[in-house]
Design a protein around this ligand. Structure first.
Ligand SMILES: [Zn+2]
Length: 252
């Protein structure tokens, strides 16, 4: 889809939508990509948007603006929708599907583009369910190295797919899409699921131990039954001793 103008600019360090500013240079906004001055075009013919003032549009201005806006919207909202995830746990004779539920989780604290071990998550949030790194996908998907790092460190990694977002979405609808929508989000690593799988595996190991114990008792009973049967068969096969009538009569 061809993207039209830039819907978000920066005003006094904050992300601001075209609908929230005055027209023209009075918008007092700057480009999230190149920091050039922006002019708000709010006429009647085309969708309202920002344009660069007196310079060419910078490369990828729309994508940069959407990416910048989205991560700041997530941070200022202070919560995010988490989609459900599922996986299958197998152990010996047991198999179970483990799931996590959809939920909206509040941040205890969060940071935009903080550095961590050579990686820069778009948003890093600390929650009651651990640390979540949140990546905004407009043109570039999260790199595999970051996914590996998160899975090794027990950090949940959530990606928000905004690659097909309509350019003329209202501010409210875009904010809702970024924060509240479940269907455009997916986990690249869900530590909640790791915890559930570990619990499930632990339960299965306990169940299997009980199974082995009950099986060994049954086996013991079976061994005894076989031994008695063998003994009886042996007795049946041996010649019967004749009854000693003489001894019996002499004695009476
Ligand atoms: Zn620019």
């Amino acid at each position: 889809m061809r993207k039209t103008g830039i819907p978000y600019g920066i005003k006094h360090g904050q992300v601001v939508h075209i609908s929230k500013v005055e027209s023209g240079l009075a918008c007092d906004c700057y480009c999230p990509g190149c920091n050039a001055r922006l002019v708000a075009k709010k006429g009647n013919k085309v969708t309202h948007h920002f344009s660069h003032y007196n310079v060419d549009e910078c490369h990828g201005a729309y994508e940069t603006a959407m990416h910048f806006a989205a991560k700041n919207i997530v941070a200022s909202a202070g919560y995010i929708a988490l989609p459900s995830t599922e996986d299958v746990v197998n152990y010996k004779i047991y198999r179970k599907v483990v799931k996590t539920q959809e939920q909206k989780i509040k941040f205890n604290s969060c940071a935009v583009e903080s550095h961590s071990n050579g990686f820069i998550p778009d948003v890093s949030a600390e929650t009651s369910k651990g640390i979540f790194w949140i990546e905004i996908f407009v043109t570039h998907k999260c790199e595999p190295e970051k996914i590996l790092f998160c899975s090794q460190r027990g950090i949940s990694l959530l990606e928000i797919d905004l690659s097909n977002t309509e350019a003329d979405l209202s501010d409210e609808n875009f904010r809702s899409l970024v924060v509240d929508c479940f269907s455009n989000k997916y986990f690249l690593h869900d530590e909640r699921l790791v915890t559930e799988k570990a619990k499930c595996m632990s339960d299965m190991v306990e169940q299997y131990k009980k199974y082995l114990l009950s099986k060994s008792k049954v086996d013991d009973e079976e061994d005894k039954r076989i031994a008695i049967k063998a003994k009886m068969e042996q007795v049946m096969r041996s010649p019967h001793k004749k009854f000693n009538w003489n001894a019996f009569l002499k004695g009476h």
